[in-house]
Design a binder for this molecule. Structure first.
Ligand SMILES: *[C@@H]1O[C@H](CO)[C@@H](O)[C@H](O)[C@H]1NC(C)=O
Ligand SMILES: *[C@@H]1O[C@H](CO)[C@@H](O)[C@H](O)[C@H]1NC(C)=O
Ligand SMILES: *[C@@H]1O[C@H](CO)[C@@H](O)[C@H](O)[C@H]1NC(C)=O
Ligand SMILES: *[C@@H]1O[C@H](CO)[C@@H](O)[C@H](O)[C@H]1NC(C)=O
Ligand SMILES: *[C@@H]1O[C@H](CO)[C@@H](O)[C@H](O)[C@H]1NC(C)=O
Length: 443
């Protein structure tokens, strides 16, 4: 396997070092309003990657972002986790209750180390890329340190001593981008990274994701409320459209406790329109979540392209092709099913000139995808519709994936249970790669 992203990831870690300041500054009583992390795209796996500093002494830990993941998890296998400040969460402690863990390891047969203590509760570190289902991993806590932000630049480094996470082992890293040591779970759970940071720093229970479309530049992730300012001075919080976040009462994770709700972020899509034409499929049965947790629409950073249940997929392709007459179709390139000659498609500020695709959320409210988000350039003259077939009875009917999220800012407001989305930032002549990660006088 080729890891052409290697250069970009080296750049990524040097970027972190360039903006790092001495940890002693973090010990002041400074209260950040928000925090920021850079987000890279790994070009070989198409995963979105961030790096946080954890442990004592602090080390940078590369993590794959999992928007719907329950919590942070890292590899704690023998020799992989060294820290003088690690604390296991003892069964029946407030930490285990916060994580809603029903599992307790009474005895672990090895010398004590992170991930193997007696009388410690477990949760499930989930890796959606791994072929096999995972077992439990011990819950623990440790220091995490990251940059505050005023919305425009990174500011001083702050740290929290007790961020809860779970311990995976080396086999659980299967399928993750090269160098990743775990996953950053941003899901709707009390131990999700956004909730924990909001309570550690007493800021708003909001976070935002702005994924860059290029593996050569960094997008950003913000914890806390806005402003979120992108060059040249555009505060994206001022132009968000809102829709409700829906709770799926049934877990959608690889492993969970019986009765756990999903930690994924669901929205209520009512219909799909292409060029204002309604795409015909059984919306009632597919777009609502049933009592078993099937159906509905969620947002995912672990699917590179939006995945549609088969009947929706076929209807979308059919309508799209019909709305794009006079453009010759060419042989399909996997995983896509509808590809076109790009010589016959002109380009615009918001990407290839193709019919816009709308996810209709309520009367007059829709999330519109233009060419930059709907099409994928797979070869010099070939553009494919960037949606994939999810099969006949997937748990979730529509999984909005990474390519469709890029250069859109998404704000998840946990307290008010709503999603704010910007639609394509290209219209506003900016991109998610335009957060100014340079900071004055701090490096
Ligand atoms: C757990 O307790 C058992 C029995 O007391 C002991 O043999 C074992 O070494 C302990 N394990 C750890 C990780 O402390
Ligand atoms: C949609 O699916 C439901 C459940 O399978 C079924 O009862 C209903 O008749 C279907 N509606 C249409 C218009 O096909
Ligand atoms: C598609 O583009 C090619 C090359 O520019 C041109 O020769 C052809 O006529 C175009 N086809 C259509 C249907 O417009
Ligand atoms: C980025 O921020 C730094 C620090 O505030 C500032 O000096 C620099 O001019 C900014 N860059 C751009 C392109 O505005
Ligand atoms: C944010 O911080 C940067 C550097 O610390 C500073 O240059 C800039 O003026 C600040 N911006 C605002 C809006 O406060």
């Amino acid at each position: 396997m080729a890891y052409s992203s290697f250069h970009c990831l080296i750049l990524f870690s040097s970027l972190i070092f360039n903006i790092a300041i001495t940890p002693s500054l973090a010990k002041t009583s400074f209260k950040p309003k928000a925090l920021v992390l850079p987000v890279a795209k790994d070009s070989s796996t198409l995963q979105y990657i961030t790096t946080i500093k954890q442990r004592t002494p602090l080390v940078p830990i590369k993590l794959t972002i999992d928007l719907g993941g329950q919590s942070l998890w890292v590899n704690c296998d023998k020799g992989q986790y060294i820290s003088s400040t690690y604390k296991p969460a003892h069964c029946d402690s407030a930490q285990c209750k916060l994580a809603e863990s029903n599992a307790c390891t009474t005895e672990c047969y090895s010398s004590p180390r992170p991930g193997c203590y007696n009388n410690t509760c477990d949760i499930f570190p989930d890796n959606p890329f791994a072929a096999t289902l995972t077992g439990g991993g011990q819950l623990g806590q440790d220091v995490v340190s990251l940059h505050s932000t005023n919305g425009s630049n990174p500011g001083r480094v702050v740290s929290t001593p007790n961020l809860l996470f779970s311990c995976g082992d080396t086999s659980l890293l299967d399928g993750l981008a090269k160098g990743a040591k775990g996953m950053a779970g941003l899901g709707r759970s009390k131990v999700g990274i956004p909730s924990q940071l909001a309570s550690a720093f007493s800021f708003q229970r909001k976070f935002a994701l702005c994924l860059s479309s290029s593996p050569r530049s960094y997008g950003a992730m913000f914890f806390g409320g806005g402003p979120y300012v992108l060059l040249p001075g555009i505060d994206v919080t001022k132009s968000l459209t809102f829709t409700k976040l829906i709770l799926n009462p049934v877990s959608t994770a690889g492993a969970s406790f019986v009765g756990d709700p999903s930690t994924d972020y669901f929205i209520q899509v009512k219909s799909i329109k292409i060029n204002d034409k309604v795409v015909s499929f059984n919306a009632t049965s597919l777009l609502n979540i049933d009592a078993q947790g099937y159906g509905g629409t969620k947002i995912s950073t672990v699917k590179p392209y939006t995945v549609l249940e088969t009947s929706i997929y076929k209807a979308v392709v059919k309508t799209f092709v019909k709305q794009l007459p006079r453009v010759p179709r060419v042989a399909s390139v996997a995983p896509f099913g509808a590809c076109f000659s790009s010589k016959n498609i002109s380009s615009t500020r918001v990407g290839p000139f193709v019919p816009p695709i709308d996810l209709v959320l309520s009367e007059g409210v829709f999330w519109r995808f233009f060419g930059a988000n709907s099409m994928v350039q797979v070869a010099k003259d070939v553009l494919c519709l960037g949606f994939v077939d999810g099969g006949v009875r997937p748990m979730t009917s529509i999984v909005i994936g990474g390519h469709q999220l890029e250069d859109n800012l998404l704000q998840f407001d946990l307290a008010n249970k709503r999603l704010g989305f910007s639609s394509s930032l290209l219209f506003r002549q900016t991109t998610c790669a335009n957060f100014n990660f340079t900071s004055n006088g701090l490096s």
